[in-house]
Write a protein that binds this ligand. Structure first.
Ligand SMILES: Nc1ncnc2c1ncn2[C@@H]1O[C@H](COP(=O)(O)OP(=O)(O)OP(=O)(O)O)[C@@H](O)[C@H]1O
Ligand SMILES: [Mg+2]
Length: 365
């Protein structure tokens, strides 16, 4: 993989806060790469360092074949020499300029010829599916269209990489989903690498080729969406991505296949062997709602349905198992009345050592 952006050993402090704490990653030639993590974990600071809006305390950044930042070598190029396009959450489209002029603006600043500008804007509008709207003013556009104008302005410069910081968070849920797909298609069609920042795990999972999950300035895991979801490297990643139920239990034979787990109330269940199996003793089963199957009483773990919620595409149940309440997602055909005793089977899950908090679950592979 030839990386378009390479970030190595980046550090950035604000007073006592380590906003970025030894972050390294590389964005591939046609890659959609996301930085994902909770508020304050350092995503924006990392992106601003790449953009040249912030100077890191340590580390180096390469974009294309150019070293744009190197603390040790005293290189720190300004944003306009970094071959980047940027769109932020509070995307500023200029309200007094037409769609055409908004997109043309950065090219005008560069002093490009009129014919070149007209040609470039037309191409960007074509990519964004906005041909015919060039004379409109932003006030005459929907939120999604305004967002596309902001993207258009970033694309007009034909950057080596697009840097996007929560660009969809100002849009309502429906539009956000639509723009998510459009952005992904745009990226596929143009092959333009994207470095994307979001705190929304659904967004990151849906769009990214790879995701770096961050917490407190550090990358906990860097992997594809399904590995992040299925094989979280740390407890933080496990908790942050999706929903997870924890069930304390006892593992007697770590070599068995499937593994047999004994719950606090003496019930036993089988678990397909996960990639990491702790030593025999007290362990914690971590299982996602969609990985528990609800069946008739007598098959699997005996539990009672406390609450059922209709989600449209599925049903979600809160199920009491001993002293725990588990979240279980069943398909919409399955309709279980509240108060019913059911049998639960665990189709897939992870095992943690009981005191595993913040320790790696398994070696990253
Ligand atoms: N200019 C600044 N001065 C002081 N502290 C800052 C500054 N910018 C960021 N920070 C701090 O650095 C940490 C990382 O901030 P950053 O904006 O990178 O987080 P983020 O992951 O983008 O969060 P969010 O999802 O809320 O946008 C936070 O603790 C923040 O308060
Ligand atoms: Mg941010």
């Amino acid at each position: 993989m030839t990386a378009v952006v390479e970030v190595a050993g980046l550090h950035k402090r604000f007073g006592e806060v380590r906003a970025v704490d030894d972050v390294s990653f590389a964005v591939g030639a046609h890659e959609f790469f996301s930085l994902l993590g909770p508020s304050g974990c350092g995503k924006t600071t990392t992106l601003r360092c790449v953009a040249g809006l912030e100077s890191a305390d340590r580390g180096a950044i390469r974009i294309g074949d150019r070293i744009v930042f190197d603390r040790a070598g005293r290189v720190d190029l300004p944003p306009n020499q970094r071959a980047i396009g940027m769109v932020f959450q509070s995307y500023a489209v200029w309200p007094h300029m037409s769609v055409f002029d908004n997109i043309a603006y950065p090219l005008k600043v560069q002093g490009r010829a009129r014919a070149v500008i007209a040609d470039r804007v037309a191409r960007v509008l074509e990519i964004l599916g906005m041909r015919g709207l060039e004379r409109r003013m932003p006030g005459q556009l929907s939120g999604g269209q305004q967002q596309r104008v902001a993207l258009g302005r970033a694309l007009a410069l034909e950057p080596a990489v697009l840097l996007l910081d929560e660009p969809l968070s100002n849009l309502d849920a429906k539009l956000r989903e639509q723009m998510r797909a459009e952005l992904k298609l745009l990226q596929k069609d143009t092959g333009l690498p994207i470095l994307y920042v979001t705190h929304d795990q659904t967004e990151a999972l849906a769009m990214s080729d790879r995701i770096a999950v961050m917490s407190e300035g550090r990358i906990h895991q860097l992997a594809g969406p399904s590995d992040i979801y299925r094989r979280p490297a740390t407890q933080f990643v496990l908790d942050f991505i999706g929903t997870v139920n924890y069930v304390p239990c006892r593992l007697e034979d770590p070599t068995a296949d499937p593994l047999r787990l004994i719950l606090a109330d003496g019930q036993a269940c089988d678990l397909p062997r996960p990639s990491f199996v702790p030593a025999a003793g007290d362990v914690l089963l971590a299982v996602r709602p969609e990985d528990i199957a609800i069946g008739p009483d007598g098959r699997g773990l005996m539990a009672e349905v406390e609450l059922g919620s209709f989600l449209g595409h599925a049903n979600e149940y809160r199920v009491r198992l001993g002293d725990r309440v588990l979240r279980v997602v069943g398909d919409k055909q399955l309709n279980v009345a509240e108060g019913t005793t059911v049998g639960l089977t665990v189709r897939d899950g992870l095992l943690l050592e009981r005191d595993a908090l913040e320790r790696p679950l398994a070696r990253a592979s």
